[in-house]
Write a protein that binds this ligand. Structure first.
Ligand SMILES: Nc1nc2c(ncn2[C@@H]2O[C@H](COP(=O)(O)OP(=O)(O)OP(=O)(O)O)[C@@H](O)[C@H]2O)c(=O)[nH]1
Ligand SMILES: [Mg+2]
Length: 379
């Protein structure tokens, strides 16, 4: 089985999803009358590679949604719920770890009982004692080390952002800033899109969250896009999903995608989670060559000028880049182009920078397709 956000094979309920795709495309077509020619970008990548995170960043960069004060105010409850969920998850994980994690200060046990006692209460009103208990527990070294163990093994995501900000969030007149809103879990519909402009050219970025398509539908869908953004978790070289190395699985999916791309095609390859990759490489606890033996003989290419960067990190990130580029340079799709970018989707500035670098590529791709396809319609 593929661990792709979009699967290749048939499965139950597919018709309903296909209807959703058709509805979205109809909507995009109607929007075109309002906004002029629109070029579509499809965001793809394996599960957990950072697609939603990237999507939210692009929305923040180009959309007005997060600027409205009233909208910010309405997010406060959501942010506090996210904080509550984060501490509950860490506390629940304490007993399920092997060996179990323990409180550094056992006298904090009543706080644990309080927090876990408030679970499944959708109308929780967040009294001051709630924040006191969370703060005391987050300062307990036992809770903290449990959190670290869980993030290292992938059991929990990096949800400490709000826990670290508890003193701000607990204030009665707390107003979330854009970064808070970004970190807050947003409800993501199954298919969604955002629109942005690059030098007066409209782009629609579409993200299909966990959708499943048949091969045939997949090929139809690819025809409708100016470019594909493929997101990879570069730090996943030492992780397995259902017995398959996650980076290898990303390479397999990319191979399959590349062979199906309509010609000519532009693929922006976002080698994401560069921060985690660098952390792993510098910590030297998990060696790339243990999972990809060919890394032992890999030398940094000439086009890898990364001044100020640790050479071990440069070597690792270019090795992963070149694994993907060896797929695109293998032949068979000469008129298509793949442009790799090193990204950290959590970092607003990095995404802004990467998109500004990609803008000319997108515009070039649009010009190349001067007979811009109106898009194959779904009937
Ligand atoms: N450190 C770090 N974490 C990241 C980065 N990008 C995403 N994440 C985290 O990785 C986790 C998964 O990110 P998502 O954006 O939900 O991934 P996704 O591809 O949408 O996942 P699915 O919808 O399940 O396919 C989240 O906890 C993100 O906060 C990154 O560049 N660096
Ligand atoms: Mg997602």
């Amino acid at each position: 089985m593929s661990c792709f956000g979009i699967y290749w094979r048939e499965r139950e309920g597919e018709n309903e999803e296909l209807h959703e795709v058709r509805r979205t495309h109809k909507q995009l077509k109607e929007d075109k009358h309002l906004h002029g020619p629109t070029h579509r970008l499809l965001l793809l990548g394996p599960v957990g590679s950072g697609k939603s995170t990237l999507f939210k960043q692009v929305k923040m960069l180009h959309g007005p949604e997060f600027d409205r004060a009233s909208e910010r105010a309405s997010e406060v409850q959501k942010i506090r719920n996210t904080l509550k969920e984060a501490i509950e998850n860490v506390l629940l994980a304490m007993s399920s770890l092997q060996p179990p994690a323990e409180l550094a200060h056992p006298e904090n046990q009543f706080r644990v009982d309080y927090i876990l006692g408030t679970r499944d209460n959708p109308s929780f009103s967040f009294p001051p004692e709630f924040f006191e208990h969370v703060k005391a527990l987050w300062e307990d070294e036992g809770v903290h080390s449990c959190y670290d163990r869980c993030t290292q093994t992938g059991m929990l995501d990096h949800s400490c952002y709000f826990l670290d900000k508890i003193d701000v969030i607990r204030k009665p007149h707390y107003k979330p800033n854009p970064e808070d809103l970004f970190h807050c879990h947003l409800h993501i519909p199954r298919i969604f899109d955002t629109m942005f402009k690059v030098e007066e050219v409209n782009f629609h970025m579409l993200y299909a969250n966990g959708l499943y398509y048949t091969n045939q539908v997949w090929a139809e869908i690819l025809k409708n896009f100016t470019a594909i953004i493929f997101v990879v978790d570069s730090s996943s070289y030492d992780q397995n999903f259902m017995g398959v190395n996650k980076l290898q699985e990303a390479l397999n999916i990319f191979t399959s995608l590349w062979s199906r791309c309509p010609h000519p095609c532009l693929v922006l390859l976002f080698l994401n989670k560069q921060d985690l990759l660098a952390e792993k490489v510098l910590a030297a606890t998990s060696k790339i060559e243990d999972h990809f033996p060919e890394f032992a003989h890999y030398t940094i290419p000439d086009d890898a000028p990364e001044p100020g960067e640790d050479p071990h990190v440069t070597r690792a990130k270019y090795f992963i880049r070149d694994k993907f580029l060896s797929i695109t340079s293998a032949g068979g799709n000469e008129d298509s182009h793949c442009y790799p970018q090193f990204t950290c989707a959590m970092d607003h500035r990095n995404i802004q920078f990467v998109f500004s670098k990609c803008a000319p590529l997108l515009l070039h791709s649009v010009n190349e397709r001067s007979c811009f396809q109106e898009g194959t319609e779904f009937n």
